[in-house]
Design a protein around this ligand. Structure first.
Ligand SMILES: [Zn+2]
Length: 1096
C-alpha cells in the first residue's frame, strides 16, 4: 500500500473522490489526425492559421521594386558584361517573357519602404515559373532561383533597410527546372512557351512563425507516421494539439507563436535553432548529404546546364554560410570545368568551400556516364579525365564512384574503379527495377576479374530526397542489409535546376535529429561528415571481419532497356569516335617517338608534336556525350543537335591528327610512282582481307591486303582466284552464294540455309529465316525513349521482302540486295555479301542495310535463328564477356529480355557457335536459339523526331567451328576498324616501327590502347607539373576470361624501364626487362593491365 493522496481519500468530503471535474473523452485519432492540417495548410483556413503569420509585410509595385528588361535576340545567352551594356526598357510584374529557351535580363531597383525597415528579416521574392539568377550590380553571382515555388527568395542585405534605391540584376531563363514541356515533362517541349512574371516583392518574414511551421510539420509527421500504438505518436499528437490551442487562444499573436515553439520543445528539445543539435558523439545511423543531381543534358541543352550549375552551386555556397553543419557533395568534372570557364569567381568560391570541407567533390568521373555502352577505354578515360581534374583543382582524388541515376552498371566497374583509385560505389537506380526487387543495400560488388568495391544503394530510394520524416524512417525500414550493418546514406536536395537542398531541408533535418535525441524511434541522422567517412566506416567493419553480402557481375537494370537502341546516330558516333581515338593515339604516339629509332634518318629535326590538346578535346567531347541521358538516347532533340555538332568537330580534329601523324611517319597522299599502295592496320594482329581499290571502273576492283600491324601489302586481284566467290540465281528471287567455306541460300531476301562446308553442318535452325527483319509495336508503360516493355514481343510482325537482285557476281565478292517496304513511308535495302575466301581464320557473311525510317512507336530488329543449343549466350562488354540466360526460367532470367552488347553477341555449343557482329548497335536478345539484333526504335518523347531519317547499318554472321574464342573478339574489332588505304615510299621500314609493340602469348590477350603518358614534358598541357622523359602507355586485357601469361615486346624502341601502373598512370610495380626488349606479363581472367614504357 502506499502512494494514496490524503486529500482525495479524505473521508471528510461528502462528494465522491474525483480526478477531473467533468467527463473527458478519448481523442478520436482520425479526427485529430485530419485536424492537424488546419494549422498550417492552405485552403479555407489559411487566413486564420499559421500561414497567415509567416509573412508580416510586403511591398510590391514600381515604387518599391522597379523593373527594366533587356531581351537578347535569337535565344542567345550573353554574359553579364555584354547583357548589361545594352539598353534596358521599362517592364512590370504581370508581363510575359519568352519564347522557350530565351533569356531576359532584368535591372531591379529596390527601395525598402519605411514600414519594413524595422523588420528583422526581409527577402526579395521573385517568381515567373522559370529559372533565374541574381547578380550584383558589379557582376557577382548571388543566388539562383527556381520558379513555381521551389526556390523563389533571396535574403536582402541588412544595409539595404535604408529607404534608398539599390540595384541588382535577374537573369531569367525561359525554361523551368525540367525544361519547357507543359504538364508531362517528357513530352517534346514547344518552341513558343511564355512565362508570366507574377511576383517581384519585398517580403518581411516573421522568423518565429516560419520556424514554428517547421517544428509543427515534423512533430505532426511523428504523430502521423510513428506507429499508432507507440507513445511517441500519441505524445506528438498531444504537442501539436496544444500548439494549435495556444495559437487559437491568443489569436496567433507574436507571443503565442513563441509560446507554441516552447511547447514544441517538449518533443524536439531546445537545440533545433542551431547546429548544436548535432554536437556530441552519439552513434548515428543515417549520414545525410546534400546533393543536386544536375543532368548534364536531358530536357534542356548543355548551354542551359552551364547556368543551372552556377545557379545551383551559388545557392549551396550560400547555405554553407548560413548552416555550419551543412555538407554538400557534387560529381562530374565537366560541370566544374564549365563553372571554372564561364563563372570563374563563383568557381573560386566553390574552391574555398572545398578547402573548408563543406563542399565535397565526388565521383571521380568526367560526367555521370552511361556504363552499358561506352568501351572499356572510355570508362577508363571517364576516370582519368575526371580524377585528373579533381586532383589538379582540389588537391585530392575522389574515393567514391558516384552514379545515382545511370541505367545499369557494367560488370567491370569494380575493377576499373579500383584501378582509378576508388574503392567505393554509390547508386540507387536499381530501386526502379520493374520486375525484381534488388535484394541488398550495402554489399560487396565483384567484377569479372574478381576485383571488389563496397557498394551502397540508399534505402530511401531516391537521390533527390526532400529530407522528409519518411525518408529517415525508410532509411531503416527499407534497409536490406541490416544483418551486417544498419547505417545508410540519405541523399537529399532538389535536382536539375531545383538548385539542391533548401534551407527548409536543413531545418527539417535538425528537427528529425532532435526527435531521435529526445524521444527516439527515428534513426539518428547526422549531416555529413562525408560520403567517404560513411564508406570508411563500412570498410573498417569489413576489415574487422564483417562479411558483407556479395554480388557478382553486372548490376542489370530492369528498366530502360530501349536505351541500347534509341538515337542510333548518336550511338554510331560514339562507337566511331572510340575507334578513331584509338587510331589517333596509336599513330600519334609512334610519330612522336620516331626520332628515337635507330633507322630513322629523316626527321631528327621534326617539328611534330603529339597533339595532346586535340586529343584532350576529342576525349572530353566523347566523354561528355556518354552522359547518362545523352548516349542512352533519352534527351530532347536540341541535345542531339548539339552532340552532332560536337562529334563533327571530333571527327575533324581526328582527321587532322591522323593526317599529321601519317605524314610524320612518311605516308604520302599523292599517288606517284615512288610510293606503294598499303593498307594501314592499327590492330595488334595479322589481318588478311579483301579491300576495294579506289579506282574508278565499271565494276569494283579488289585487292588482298595481308600482313601484320602497320602498313600491309596490297596485291591487286586478277579475274582469277583460287578460292572464288560465286552466285547463282536458282530460280526467280532465289540465289545461291558460295565460297570455299560456305554455301548460302537467299530466298526472297532471307537466308534459308547457311551451310558450313568445312564443318559439314547447317548453321541455321530447320525452316528458319535469317536476316529476317521484324517489326514490333513499341509502346512502353511510360518512358518512351527509355523503355521497351516485355509485351512488345506479342506484336512481332515479319516484314515481307520485295524484289531481290544480284549486285556483285564475283569472283572476289558476291552479293544480293533485297528491297523491303516497311510502310508507305519507310523502306530498307539489305545487301548480303560473301567474299572469296582470303583468310583461313575468318569467314563471315556481311550484311549492309540502308534504312529510311519514318515510323511511330515501332521497333525494328533483325533475326538469326541458329541451330545451336545453350542456356546462356555471350555478349561482349567492356574488357570481357557477360553471359546471360537464353530462357525465362525465373523472373530474374526473364527480366533480361533485352540486353546490351558491344561489337558482338554469341551463341555457342562446346564445338560450334555463331557470332553476330555489328558496327554501331548495342541492343540484343537471344531467346532460345533465336538471336535478335535491335536496329531502330521510333519513340516520340522526349525527342519527337528520334531516329527519323536514313541509317546505314553493318553487321555480320560469323559461324565458327569450336567454342567462342579470339576469332570472334578480333573479328569484332576488324569490322569496326576497316582497313584504310594509303601510300608510302618505304613500307617495309615502317612495319618494324608500327608493329613494334606486340604481345607474344595467348590470342585472347589484347593490346587495346597505346598512348603517350599524360604528363610527359614534351606534350603536357599544364594540369600537373611536367615529368622528364618520354613514356608510352600500353593497356592490354584478357578478353576471354582465362589467366594468361605472355610477353610484351617493343622491337627496336629504346625502352629503359617498364612499370605496371593503374589507369591514372601511377607506377605500381617495376617489371624486369627480359633480354633486350620484353617483359613477362601475367594477367588474371578479364584483368586490365596498364604498362608504362619509359624511353631513353
Ligand atoms: Zn540523371
Amino acid at each position: 500500500m502506499g502512494g494514496e493522496s490524503k486529500d482525495i481519500m479524505s473521508s471528510s468530503s461528502k462528494e465522491y473522490p474525483k480526478l477531473v471535474e467533468r467527463p473527458v473523452g478519448k481523442k478520436i485519432r482520425g479526427i485529430y489526425y485530419d485536424r492537424l492540417r488546419q494549422f498550417d495548410a492552405g485552403g479555407q483556413y489559411e487566413k486564420y492559421n499559421l500561414q497567415d503569420k509567416i509573412n508580416e509585410g510586403r511591398a510590391s509595385g514600381d515604387k518599391w521594386v522597379s523593373l527594366e528588361v533587356y531581351s537578347p535576340p535569337d535565344l542567345t545567352r550573353p554574359t553579364f558584361k555584354d547583357a548589361t551594356s545594352h539598353k534596358f526598357k521599362e517592364t512590370h510584374v504581370g508581363e510575359s517573357f519568352g519564347p522557350s529557351w530565351s533569356t531576359h535580363w532584368f535591372r531591379v531597383t529596390l527601395t525598402v519602404p519605411e514600414d519594413l525597415q524595422k523588420k528583422d528579416h526581409l527577402e526579395f521574392q521573385w517568381d515567373a515559373n522559370n529559372e533565374g539568377m541574381i547578380w550584383t550590380e558589379k557582376g557577382e553571382i548571388v543566388h539562383g532561383l527556381t520558379g513555381g515555388g521551389d526556390r523563389t527568395e533571396w535574403i536582402l542585405p541588412k544595409s539595404w533597410y535604408d529607404g534608398k534605391p539599390h540595384v541588382f540584376y535577374v537573369e531569367m531563363a525561359c525554361n523551368h527546372m525540367f525544361g519547357n514541356a507543359f504538364g508531362d515533362n517528357i513530352q517534346p517541349p514547344p518552341k513558343d512557351r511564355y512565362y508570366q512574371l507574377w511576383k517581384a516583392d519585398i517580403v518581411a518574414v516573421n522568423l518565429d512563425a516560419r520556424q514554428l511551421h517547421i517544428d509543427y510539420w515534423i512533430v505532426g509527421d511523428a504523430a502521423r507516421e510513428f506507429p499508432e500504438n507507440s507513445w511517441e505518436s500519441h505524445k506528438a499528437f498531444d504537442v501539436c494539439n496544444r500548439i494549435m490551442n495556444t495559437f487559437i487562444a491568443a489569436e496567433g499573436s507574436k507571443d503565442s507563436i513563441k509560446e507554441c515553439r516552447k511547447i514544441a520543445q517538449e518533443y524536439l528539445g531546445k537545440l533545433v535553432d542551431t547546429s548544436k543539435q548535432y554536437e556530441g558523439d552519439q552513434p548515428y545511423l543515417v549520414t545525410a548529404i546534400g546533393q543536386c543531381h544536375i543532368d548534364t543534358c536531358w530536357l534542356w541543352p548543355w548551354a542551359e546546364t552551364k547556368r543551372k550549375v552556377a545557379r545551383s552551386w551559388s545557392n549551396q555556397c550560400d547555405l554553407m554560410d548560413r548552416y555550419p553543419e551543412y555538407r554538400f557533395c557534387c560529381s562530374q568534372a565537366q560541370q566544374y570545368k564549365w563553372l571554372e570557364t564561364y563563372y570563374p569567381s563563383l568557381f573560386d568560391r566553390v574552391k574555398e568551400k572545398v578547402k573548408k570541407g563543406t563542399f565535397h567533390p565526388i565521383g571521380g568521373s568526367w560526367v555521370e556516364h552511361d556504363t552499358n555502352m561506352p568501351s572499356g577505354e572510355s570508362l577508363v578515360r571517364q576516370f582519368l579525365y575526371g580524377q585528373r581534374f579533381f586532383e589538379s583543382h582540389f588537391g585530392e582524388r575522389c574515393q567514391t564512384f558516384w552514379l545515382p541515376d545511370t541505367f545499369g552498371y557494367s560488370a567491370q566497374l569494380p575493377q576499373i574503379c579500383r584501378l582509378a583509385g576508388m574503392t567505393r560505389f554509390f547508386t540507387q537506380k536499381l530501386s526502379w527495377n520493374n520486375i525484381n526487387k534488388f535484394p541488398h543495400t550495402t554489399f560487396n560488388w565483384v567484377a569479372l576479374d574478381g576485383s571488389q568495391v563496397m557498394c551502397h544503394m540508399t534505402p530511401a530510394e531516391t537521390y533527390t530526397a526532400e529530407a522528409h520524416f519518411g525518408d529517415l524512417k525508410r532509411s531503416v525500414e527499407n534497409h536490406k542489409s541490416l544483418d551486417q550493418d544498419a547505417s545508410s546514406l540519405l541523399v537529399y536536395g532538389k535536382g536539375d535546376g531545383g538548385g539542391g537542398p533548401t534551407w527548409e531541408h536543413i531545418e527539417k533535418l535538425r528537427r528529425e535529429r532532435a526527435i531521435a535525441d529526445t524521444v527516439g524511434l527515428l534513426p539518428r541522422v547526422k549531416l555529413g561528415p562525408s560520403v567517404d567517412d560513411f564508406f570508411a566506416n563500412l570498410e573498417k567493419k569489413a576489415a574487422e571481419g564483417t562479411e558483407f553480402v556479395t554480388w557478382y557481375g553486372e548490376l542489370y537494370f530492369e528498366l530502360h532497356r530501349g536505351t541500347y537502341t534509341t538515337q542510333a546516330n548518336n550511338k554510331r558516333n560514339n562507337r566511331q569516335s572510340e575507334f578513331l581515338l584509338r587510331d589517333v593515339e596509336y599513330l600519334s604516339t609512334l610519330a612522336s617517338i620516331k626520332d628515337l629509332l635507330k633507322d630513322d634518318t629523316t626527321s631528327r629535326k621534326s617539328k611534330y608534336k603529339y597533339p595532346k590538346k586535340d586529343i584532350d578535346f576529342m576525349w572530353e567531347g566523347v566523354l561528355l556525350c556518354q552522359f547518362h541521358d545523352c548516349l542512352p538516347g533519352s534527351s530532347i532533340e536540341m541535345c542531339y543537335d548539339d552532340s552532332d555538332e560536337l562529334y563533327e568537330k571530333i571527327y575533324k580534329a581526328g582527321e587532322t591528327a591522323t593526317i599529321d601523324a601519317l605524314k610524320e611517319l612518311g605516308f604520302k597522299d599523292k599517288d606517284d610512282l615512288d610510293t606503294e599502295l598499303v593498307a594501314l592496320n592499327t590492330l595488334p594482329w595479322n589481318r588478311t582481307e579483301l579491300v576495294q581499290l579506289p579506282i574508278k571502273s565499271e565494276r569494283p576492283k579488289y585487292a588482298i591486303a595481308s600482313g601484320t600491324t602497320g602498313a600491309m601489302q596490297v596485291s591487286e586481284l586478277t579475274a582469277a582466284t583460287d578460292r572464288p566467290a560465286s552466285i547463282k540465281e536458282l530460280e526467280k528471287g532465289v540465289f545461291q552464294l558460295s565460297n570455299s567455306k560456305f554455301q548460302v541460300l537467299v530466298e526472297d531476301g532471307v537466308i534459308t540455309s547457311l551451310f558450313d562446308k568445312e564443318a559439314k553442318r547447317e548453321v541455321l535452325a530447320k525452316g528458319a529465316k535469317a536476316n529476317q527483319f521484324v517489326i514490333f509495336d513499341d509502346k512502353p508503360l511510360y518512358w518512351q525513349a527509355w523503355d521497351v516493355e516485355v509485351y512488345h514481343f506479342e506484336s512481332r510482325k515479319e516484314l515481307k521482302p520485295g524484289k531481290s537482285y544480284a549486285v556483285e557476281t564475283g569472283p572476289h565478292r558476291v552479293s544480293v540486295t533485297t528491297e523491303t517496304q516497311i510502310s508507305s513511308q519507310s523502306w530498307l535495302k539489305s545487301t548480303i555479301s560473301l567474299d572469296a575466301t582470303v583468310d583461313d581464320v575468318y569467314g563471315m557473311i556481311t550484311v549492309d542495310t540502308e534504312v529510311e525510317w519514318r515510323e511511330t512507336m515501332k521497333f525494328l530488329k533483325v533475326e538469326f535463328p541458329v541451330d545451336v543449343v545453350n542456356t546462356e549466350a555471350s555478349y561482349e562488354s567492356q574488357y570481357g564477356i557477360v553471359r546471360r540466360p537464353t530462357h525465362y526460367n525465373t523472373s530474374w532470367d526473364m527480366a533480361k529480355f533485352e540486353v546490351c552488347c558491344h561489337k558482338w553477341a554469341d551463341l555457342s555449343e562446346s564445338n560450334y557457335g555463331v557470332s553476330i557482329l555489328n558496327d554501331s548497335k548495342y541492343g540484343f536478345a537471344t531467346i532460345g536459339n533465336l538471336m535478335r539484333l535491335s536496329l531502330l526504335r521510333a519513340p516520340k518523347a522526349p525527342d519527337a523526331h528520334a531516329d527519323m531519317g536514313r541509317h546505314h547499318i553493318r553487321y555480320a554472321i560469323l559461324p565458327h567451328a569450336g567454342p567462342l574464342d579470339h576469332r570472334t573478339v578480333r573479328a569484332g574489332y576488324n569490322l569496326n576498324n576497316p582497313l584504310k588505304l594509303h601510300r608510302h615510299p618505304n613500307p617495309a621500314q615502317l612495319t618494324s616501327m608500327l608493329s613494334a609493340i606486340r604481345i607474344e602469348g595467348p590470342p585472347g590477350l589484347i593490346v587495346d590502347c597505346v598512348k603517350r603518358a599524360e604528363d610527359d614534358e614534351d606534350i603536357a598541357v599544364g594540369l600537373f607539373p611536367p615529368k622528364k622523359g618520354r613514356n608510352i602507355i600500353v593497356r592490354l586485357f584478357d578478353s576471354l576470361g582465362g589467366r594468361s601469361q605472355g610477353k610484351l615486346t617493343w622491337g627496336d624502341l629504346p625502352v629503359k624501364k617498364v612499370a605496371i601502373t593503374n589507369v591514372l598512370e601511377d607506377d605500381l610495380e617495376e617489371l624486369e626487362i627480359v633480354g633486350k626488349n620484353a617483359v613477362e606479363i601475367n594477367v588474371r581472367a578479364f584483368e586490365v593491365l596498364t604498362l608504362k614504357l619509359q624511353l631513353e
